[in-house]
Ligand binder design. Structure first.
Ligand code: ADP
Ligand code: MG
Length: 295
């Protein structure tokens, strides 16, 4: 029995760990002219480790980590998982979170033991008076300069300190970037909500030259639209809730299967079920072959 080429391509993709949601998606993969990657959880393993705890003057380091872990507990963000894991490894009982709220690309906030705890990107400090935030800003600069992700903890409006998180590049990331560059003729770009220091550090390891850092979810959408306006057909790979709007905007959105949040999986046109980046160039090549047969 012979299946139509696009359907056999989908079946083959499935056997290689890629869930392609429709024949149209399988067909359009061939048109990809630029690939854009999210960083945390996509180009990196998304299992960052706590590399340092910097408590503000007068704040206990253990107490800082304990409250931060409590606020992060309900979050599915890779950074949240890292903070929680670190607390558990140190045998700290994680306090229950009340009135939890999370803002994609920003961080989380919760009521812990009657205190308002906020954990997230350093711009959290912008809501505080300069003289209150100054010392913590200094620590953030230091942490980011080392290529780490700085997460700020604010308790009842007081900066309690900075958590330094270190992530690792996925083993196939650099080879995938190279293969995609050869296939599309364009070097993939990096779109991240993380700081420029951590972004450049990772981009250098992956062989990416074009890096856009500090992006909020809506900024990722703008970036995709910007290159689309120049005629690029964008394939975006991401994992987070923060990537969902940009995944929907790109010609093709691809989500990481294991690392991916539910929203990213629903929004994407295809899913890398095993989080294996090297399946991407294989998929584009497969789509091109299937289309040659169709025509
Ligand atoms: P990326 O685009 O690299 O996947 P995100 O957009 O998910 O990164 O996050 C951007 C930044 O927002 C993080 O570097 C961190 O500073 C902050 N952030 C987002 N969610 C959380 C969270 N749950 N805990 C701590 N920080 C967070
Ligand atoms: Mg991510």
């Amino acid at each position: 029995a012979t299946m139509p080429p696009l359907l056999s391509a989908i079946a083959l993709a499935g056997r290689n760990g890629v869930l392609v949601k429709s024949a149209l998606v399988m067909e359009r993969l061939a048109d990809t002219s630029l690939v854009a990657f999210d960083k945390t959880g996509t180009l990196t393993t998304g299992s960052p480790r706590l590399a340092g705890v910097h408590a503000a003057a007068g704040v206990d380091t253990t107490e800082l980590l304990r409250l931060a872990a409590g606020a992060e507990d309900p979050s599915e963000h890779p950074l949240a998982v890292a903070v929680l894991t670190a607390a558990q490894e140190r045998g700290l009982p994680v306090p229950p979170a009340g009135d939890f709220d999370s803002t994609p690309g920003h961080g989380v906030t919760a009521l812990i033991e009657g205190r308002r705890v906020a954990v997230g990107r350093p711009s959290l400090l912008d809501q505080l008076p300069d003289h209150v935030a100054a010392e913590t800003r200094h620590v953030v600069t230091h942490v980011e300069g080392a290529g780490h992700t700085a997460v700020v903890v604010v308790v009842d409006g007081r900066p309690w300190g900075v958590l330094a998180l270190a992530d690792h590049i996925r083993s196939r990331a650099a080879a995938t970037v190279e293969a995609l560059t050869a296939l599309t003729g364009a070097t993939p770009v990096l779109l991240t909500g993380d700081n420029l220091g951590a972004a450049r550090h990772l981009a250098a390891e992956a062989g990416i030259a074009d890096t856009y850092a500090g992006l909020l979810p809506a900024d990722k959408v703008d970036r995709v639209r910007h290159v689309q306006a120049r005629g690029q057909r964008v394939l975006l790979v991401g994992d987070g809730v923060n990537d969902a709007p940009a995944l929907a905007t790109a010609e093709l959105g691809v989500a990481m299967g294991r690392q991916g949040s539910d929203l990213a999986l629903q929004t994407a046109d295809a899913v890398l079920v095993r989080d294996d980046l090297s399946a991407l160039p294989a998929m584009i090549a497969l789509s091109r072959r299937a289309r040659r047969v169709v025509k």
